[in-house]
Design a protein. Sequence first.
Length: 179
Amino acid sequence: MLRLFIALDLPEDHRHQLYTLRNPSWKARWATPNQFHLTLRFLGPVEEARLPELIQTLARIEAPAFELTPRGLIALPSPARPRVLAAAVDPIPELHTLQAEIERHVVDLGFTPEARPFRPHITLARLKQVPATAVRAFLQRHRNFSLAPFPVQAFYLYESHLHPDGARYEILHRFPLQR
Ligand code: 3AM
């Protein structure tokens, strides 16, 4: 079985800027620059034999390239119960259209529909025992956070390799968007 998800990648420069937000004193697992991504669809365990049809199906998606602007930090599922610290992005229709197209295509293939609403985010840290007050103070301190817009010219199929010291994400396939 392969543990798969579909996501957007970030430019090198943006990864490094996101990494500077790191607060090493927290009981948290901070993402390293090569782990940053924006998940569009988590697929979970998939038989390796299904990979060709999955790739063929995703390759049929026709969606335009767009620009994404990281703006604002958020705590998920909520600031009162912070489990994940993430960067948000400006909501733009093209991102939601792409996510909906991917969802439609994977459901056609037999994957269970995603029950949760799409909340686009770039995970910065998984919080272990960080008090909500500390997270709120962090969000307040970084309330004006934003990064330059970056071009999104493709989406990717990733394999997640779980290791005791954190996940390693490997790109299995690149799906170009239309210019
Ligand atoms: O984009 P992020 O880093 O928030 O949380 C996991 C990660 O999301 C998410 O898939 C991404 C790549 O691992 N993920 C893991 N298990 C999941 C599940 N059962 C899940 N998302 C939804 N359902």
